[in-house]
Design a protein around this ligand. Structure first.
Ligand code: PMP
Length: 390
């Protein structure tokens, strides 16, 4: 396991005037502080003796019922309590899936680039990641098929395929409907489970919402779905959930008994009330407004300032833009200079299981203030131009 570049960056984030496009942090303005204050009081007054007590390993049953109603409404996923396990953030679900699916050196297919936390979770379980190229419509499923065919010839099929179909971290790309259907066919034909990670699905600023893989999973046996409250409520309460075939849920349950006995009972009661009272459906549109504006500001600033030989994604949602510079520039090497000039980002290499994407960077647009986004992109452009002429 390598110490994450992101953690290193956090050290600099407290410098005065430092502008960080590095972390994947929601903006605190999106936290429903007043509503949560009321909910917290009520949880203590009404259910304090349960909410402050140990809870079921699998999660609060009432919360699981509310989660099943929510995913039906937002993602057209039909599920039941027995297929849901509440986790301490979806990160715990990712780690757990790595642990239960992978034996030492088993392979799995991932998008290239992919979420840095998934790389850590799969590395920690000694999984051998097979990265497959993406374009603006997500992972190139024809290449997944070619890979599966060649692995099958060696009787060495991957244990699962991990994808972030909506507003992917780090690229911001969304997997097209055609490719989703193709991926489902591959999963069914070759009996390879799909792991669908969807933390950003509700943060949609433009374009149409595309059906989730899990909603296309008629048997309920092919797709394991990871969800989280981190982007639609707040990450600090650490509540996520995994929707999976019963056999997977029961293995995750066993593992969770060893990891933390249960996710915070208190946080689960808060999340339950947040859903039951429908606060989530009032809060998310406000967050979407806030972030849509920030995305537009960053896209405009990139247009105005970035070197003309660079390219960047134009995400319909989520929290990130992926920029690719002249291939002579190594963004990991440039990072120190950029930090000294007061701007942080995460270099492409951090999201690459195979050492690629060295000229790319991930830019977060949700955390900084509007004016900082413009100033930060302008400063970053100067750093890039100076590095280019060296
Ligand atoms: N998956 C992806 C793609 C993410 O971007 C994140 C958080 N940035 C997570 C999972 C984990 O989120 P959490 O543990 O807060 O639910």
């Amino acid at each position: 396991m390598k110490p994450s570049e992101i953690r290193e960056l956090l050290k600099y984030a407290s410098m005065p005037d430092f502008i960080s496009f590095g972390g994947g942090m929601p903006n605190p303005l999106s936290f429903p502080m007043n509503e949560l204050r009321e909910i917290v009081d009520e949880v203590i007054d009404v259910n304090g003796k349960y909410a402050l007590q140990y809870g079921n390993t699998g999660g609060l049953p009432d919360l699981k019922t509310e989660i099943s109603k929510m995913v039906l409404k937002t993602e057209k996923i039909k599920t039941e309590e027995k297929n849901i396990i509440v986790t301490s953030g979806s990160q715990q679900g990712l780690y757990g899936l790595g642990k239960i699916f992978l034996n030492h050196s088993d392979s799995l297919i991932v998008e290239s680039p992919t979420y840095v936390g998934a790389i850590s979770a799969f590395n920690a379980n000694a999984g051998k990641m097979i990265p497959i190229e993406m374009d603006s419509e997500g992972i190139i499923v024809e290449k997944v098929e070619e890979k599966i065919k060649s692995l099958k010839a060696n009787s060495n099929l991957p244990r699962f395929i991990y994808v972030i179909p909506n507003y992917q971290n780090p690229t911001g790309h969304t997997l097209s409907l055609e490719r989703r259907k193709h991926l489902m066919e591959l999963s069914e034909t070759y009996q390879i489970p799909l792991v669908e990670d969807n933390p950003y699905g509700e943060l949609c600023y433009s374009g149409e919402k595309i059906p989730s893989l899990k909603s296309m999973d008629k048997s309920g046996e092919n797709v394991t779905y990871l969800g989280t409250f981190s982007k639609v409520m707040c990450p600090g309460l650490r509540i996520g959930y995994t929707i999976a075939p019963e056999a997977v849920v029961s293995k995750l349950n066993l593992l969770k008994q060893a990891l933390d006995l249960s996710s915070s009972t208190f946080s689960q009661y808060v999340a339950y009330e947040y859903l039951k009272k429908g606060v989530i459906y009032k809060q998310v549109p406000k967050t979407v407004e806030l972030y849509r504006k920030k995305r537009n500001i960053m896209l405009k600033a990139l247009e105005d300032y970035f070197p003309k030989n660079s390219t960047w994604s134009k995400p319909d949602g989520g929290m990130f833009i992926w920029a690719t510079l002249d291939k002579k520039i190594n963004t990991s090497e440039m990072l120190k200079t950029s930090i000294e000039n007061g701007v942080g980002y995460v270099s492409g290499l951090a999201f690459s299981p195979d050492g690629s994407h060295t000229s790319s960077m991930r830019l977060n647009f949700t955390f900084s203030e509007d004016e900082e986004i413009v100033r930060g992109i302008s400063k970053l452009s100067n750093t890039i131009k100076n590095v280019s002429v060296r």
